[in-house]
Design a protein around this ligand. Structure first.
Ligand code: MLT
Length: 250
């Protein structure tokens, strides 16, 4: 199994992702919120790159079974139903709904990887489920860290490093690029306090400054949720391992 890791998708062409298995990570907070929404009964999440697209895609069904969700500068977009705090994605708010989701970095990374063979949405909160799936898949994959405004951000790379570290502990034979080795090293130096790492990160500090301190704790909770969100044909849905693997061999 060969593991590559992109510290940010910026500068990588969409065609790079063609036929690859991709794990998209945006710990703060797009991945965490999408995973939470699906775990709380959302029918599907449709990531889009811009506010205009979110409005267009939600169309006339907006407000009924379709919700507009996401953020700009960490805050809810005017006229949208939900922002990007995992606390907003309660069963009451999202059950059976289709969520049109746009965020500054996370949804961009998901849209950019659209030619991939398979895209898994990962964060600390569902990491073991993702790792178990990758072990069964037993194929090469690339971790795409959403980053922050086209730059490196520590929490996504540490989470990617944790995926790699967990696979290696399971004695999977692995070859790595330099970036994926660096991510694993970074994870090892922060693994004792992921919450503290988030609090000291650029985006963590920003979220604290705009009143989302509580979100950091939730985003740091390893394995609090056991679901596998797969992005396929532009839509993120929950999949059972077996189903996803069958699809692959079909
Ligand atoms: C993003 O996609 O940039 C984020 O999830 C930002 C945020 O914390 O809301």
């Amino acid at each position: 199994m060969h593991i590559d890791l992109l510290m940010t998708p910026t500068g990588t062409s969409e065609l790079f992702f063609r036929d690859k298995n991709v794990v998209v990570i945006d710990v703060l907070r797009a991945s965490t919120s999408i995973i939470t929404a699906l775990n709380n009964g959302a029918r599907e999440v449709i990531p889009v790159a811009s506010v205009e697209n979110a409005v267009k895609v939600s169309g006339s069904l907006f407000g009924d079974v379709v919700l507009r969700c996401g953020e700009r500068e960490g805050k809810i977009i005017p006229g949208f139903n939900l922002g990007n705090s995992p606390f907003e994605y309660t069963p009451d708010a999202v059950a059976k709904k289709s969520l049109i989701f746009t965020s500054t970095n996370g949804s961009l990374a998901m849209v950019k990887a659209k030619f991939a063979r398979r895209i898994v949405v990962a964060a600390f909160i569902n990491i073991s489920t993702v790792v178990n799936y990758l072990m069964k898949l037993n194929e090469d994959f690339v971790i795409v860290c959403a980053g922050k405004e086209h730059n490196f951000c520590i929490e996504d790379v540490v989470c990617g490093g944790m995926v790699i570290d967990m696979l290696k502990k399971n004695e999977i034979e692995i070859t790595q690029t330099d970036a994926s080795q660096a991510a694993q090293i970074l994870y090892k130096s922060f693994k004792r306090s992921l919450h503290k790492m988030l609090r000291n990160s650029d985006h963590g500090k920003y979220l604290i400054s705009i009143g989302f301190e509580k979100d950091l704790k939730v985003c740091a909770e390893v394995d609090s949720i056991e679901v596998l969100p797969i992005l396929d044909k532009g839509v993120v849905k929950l999949m059972k391992d077996e189903v996803a693997l069958q699809e692959k061999s079909a």
